[in-house]
Design a protein around this ligand. Structure first.
Ligand code: MN
Length: 724
């Protein structure tokens, strides 16, 4: 296939659309530079590589960014793919452009690995890039959007990997930055490549129902327009069909079929002032019946990505539910372009006028976090915000993550306020500390000097800050306890061989042992013993190298018949679950009820008090709330494969023969059915519960996918912990 190279004039035209006097010379230089640098390179589609760069630059133009950003769009792959250096770019195009290209290159190299530590590190790099210069991330988003548009020529495996990364990172990022058009297109493309059957099904459904909808759209838009005109409000009314991905997420969220997703259509009313927005809302409500609880005022309380609009859902004259968004032209621009609306060529340098505080917060707080899972959780929490706004008694406004409690609020004010909280009043009434705050609440915190945080709080706090501060406090406390416990145990074992811990400590011998085990100080060694991570007899043996057999002697002392029974039970427990626990032989192992990990899932062990090690999935919220010092690395023992019982619930349309199709799907995945039951709900849906024997997480995932492909199936859920 031969495709011609996009001429530079296309770029000139695009830039001139929004820029009054663009520096076309530097654009042409960059164009020629890229042309030369990527000479002979072709994309998987057979297209010349340069076209990817021009298309990226054109997308940057669509964001109406400054010239350095457009140039960086043209040059964004030159460091990665050609023998160009940052230095030579800087000499040719200036420091500013070289920095952006370098930033994009670094982001391109970031692999969002599935391993938590690496993923956390990747997120951190991205956040730092954002905090430094937001243009880096905007150019990267354009690059990614064009890559997603041209994904089809890649192998299935690559396509899925890129689409997954886009879904998990770049689409949420575009959303968080408020760039709606990029977000929607990325999400639609992700659905196309990750769930093609669903995507094509929805496209077909939309097409099938389209003629009718077109008429309805026009009728309703005209009707709204007329009512507004009658009341003297001039407005532009636009009807639109929602994005496929947003229709699908609605179907998934509320387990609806396509027919049941009523608000496939939305209307947008653009008016001239904020006042007219509220007037319009009133006029619409007096002419169409509003659905209670669906009015949202994002004008008074903008979303964290700056989005402003009034939302309401009303019953149209045809009886269908439609969503109406009311906003000014300025608000509309911000809704579509988000942060890019603030980063225009004309604004030049530094001032952003956009709240990137959350980025800086995350970059700073990550230093507190040893557990990468938790960091990822905080980032994801920030990327998928649903914030709640509350007031202090003095009327200061605070933004908190949704489901925040008075404790979260207290820690937002100050760490000491958080630590010393003993109670809270919301809108004047005393509430429990785990009370979930709502928009507009006035919150008053009651403190008591000397009060300390409770471990219990970790069960219900939701903000990263509160969680970190509470844990930091508990960690210090718990560590002190473990140190004293560990030094007691060691002193006792040393007494058995007539040695004194105090004396050895004075002679510096304990420190030497600690260092030989990679620990910094005596206290770390005691803590490790206290936690059960290091065995005290082993330490004693190391202190007495001249007397072989001490470890055995000490172990023998403890190896009572009961002890031996315990050791056998411990071995049996590990064999039963098929887990290897690093460094510990005599430990009981069981799966956590909260997450019931399957072979192949990423797992972590947790040392419980007196009940051995519990195995959790590493993303399990229980484990994220637990003390990381009690984590212990564990692995699946691949030699022991035992089928595991799992329960799944398949929600489907109540159709003839659908159960038979499901059972066929299950057995053809090589999975054994232990039991099955089916219930029909009054709404015409069937709830099918299966108990199955699967060998690992991969097999279950494969099954989920084939079930979801069956026509009529709405969703598939795994049930853990015996409840749903
Ligand atoms: Mn690229």
């Amino acid at each position: 296939m031969t495709v011609s190279i996009i001429p530079v004039t296309t770029l000139f035209e695009e830039v001139s659309r929004y820029h009054p006097n663009p520096d076309l010379k530097i654009l042409e230089e960059a164009y020629n530079f890229a042309l030369k640098a990527h000479d002979g390179q072709v994309r998987a589609s057979g297209e010349p590589y340069i076209n990817h760069l021009i298309e990226t630059a054109l997308l940057v133009c669509k964001l109406k960014l400054d010239i350095p950003s457009v140039v960086a769009g043209l040059l964004h792959d030159s460091i990665e793919d050609c023998n160009t250096t940052k230095k030579s770019l800087s000499e040719k195009f200036g420091e500013d452009i070289a920095e952006i290209v370098d930033g994009v290159t670094k982001l391109t190299r970031v692999q969002f690995d599935s391993r938590e530590e690496k993923q956390a590190e990747s997120f951190r790099k991205m956040l730092i890039a954002m905090a430094k210069d937001i243009r880096v991330v905007l150019v990267k988003l354009c690059d990614r959007l064009h890559n997603m548009r041209t994904l089809s020529s890649l192998s299935e495996e690559k396509r899925r990997a890129i689409a997954l990364e886009t879904k998990e990172i770049y689409a949420p990022l575009a959303n968080r930055l408020g760039i709606h058009w990029i977000k929607s297109e990325l999400e639609d493309l992700c659905l196309l490549h990750l769930r093609p059957e669903i995507y094509h099904h929805l496209v077909a459904e939309l097409e099938r129902t389209n003629p009718d909808r077109e008429i309805f759209l026009k009728e309703t838009a005209d009707e709204i327009q007329k009512k507004l005109e009658d009341s003297g409000v001039s407005a532009q009314v636009l009807g639109r069909v929602k994005h496929i991905s947003s229709i699908f997420s609605k179907m998934e969220k509320d387990s609806l079929s396509f027919e049941e997703v009523m608000d496939v259509i939305g209307f947008r009313v653009l008016v001239s002032s904020v006042r007219a927005c509220y007037e319009t809302l009133g006029i619409i409500h007096s002419n169409f019946k509003p659905i209670p609880g669906r009015v949202k005022d994002y004008i008074a309380m903008p979303k964290p990505n700056m989005y402003q609009s009034l939302h309401t859902t009303v019953i149209s004259s045809r009886g269908a539910r439609v969503e109406v968004q009311i906003r000014t032209a300025d608000m509309n621009r911000i809704a579509e372009e988000g942060i890019a609306a603030h980063w225009r060529y004309k604004e030049g340098g530094s001032s952003l006028g956009f709240d990137l505080g959350w980025v800086k917060d995350l970059v700073e707080t990550q230093a507190y976090l040893k557990n990468p899972d938790e960091f990822i959780q905080s980032v994801k929490g920030e990327l998928f915000p649903e914030d709640v706004f509350v007031f202090t008694p003095k009327g200061d406004l605070f933004r908190l993550p949704s489901n925040s409690t008075p404790i979260d609020f207290a820690y937002t004010i100050h760490t000491d306020v958080g630590h010393q909280t003993i109670g809270a009043r919301v809108n004047g009434s005393i509430v429990p500390l785990e009370h979930r705050l709502s928009n507009g609440d006035t919150v008053q915190i009651i403190t008591q000097r000397g009060h300390v945080p409770s471990k219990d709080w970790l069960r219900f706090v939701v903000s990263g800050k509160a969680r970190q501060r509470i844990r930091a406090f508990l960690k210090t406390e718990e560590q002190a306890r473990s140190i004293s416990l560990g030094s007691d145990i060691l002193a006792k074992d040393l007494r058995k061989v007539k040695l004194s811990l105090k004396k050895l400590e004075k002679e510096g011998k304990i420190k030497t042992i600690a260092e030989s085990m990679g620990l910094k100080a005596e206290a770390d060694l005691y803590a490790a013993i206290g936690y059960g991570k290091v065995s005290s007899p082993k330490v004693v043996a190391k202190l007495l190298p001249s007397e072989p057999g001490v470890e055995q002697k000490l172990t023998e002392v403890e190896s009572s018949p009961l002890q031996r029974i315990f050791q056998r039970a411990a071995k049996a427990s590990r064999d039963r679950v098929g887990i290897k626990v690093s460094g510990l032989d005599d430990v009981l192992v069981r799966f956590a009820k909260c997450c019931e990990p399957l072979p192949g899932d990423r797992i972590v062990g947790f040392i419980t008090r007196g009940r051995g090690v519990t195995i959790h999935a590493s993303h399990c919220s229980e484990i994220l709330n637990a003390d990381p010092l009690r984590y212990i690395p564990v692995q699946w023992d691949s030699e022991i494969a035992r089928p595991r019982r799992v329960s799944i619930v398949v929600t489907s349309q109540d159709q003839l023969g659908i159960l038979a199709k499901m059972t066929t799907a299950i057995t053809s995945n090589g999975i054994n059915i232990v039991s099955a039951s089916m219930k029909t709900s009054p709404s015409g849906k069937a709830v099918n519960q299966f108990e199955l024997e699967v060998s690992d997480a991969k097999q279950l995932d494969g099954l989920k996918r084939s079930l979801e492909l069956l026509p009529g199936v709405i969703k598939v859920d795994r049930i853990v912990g015996g409840e749903k």
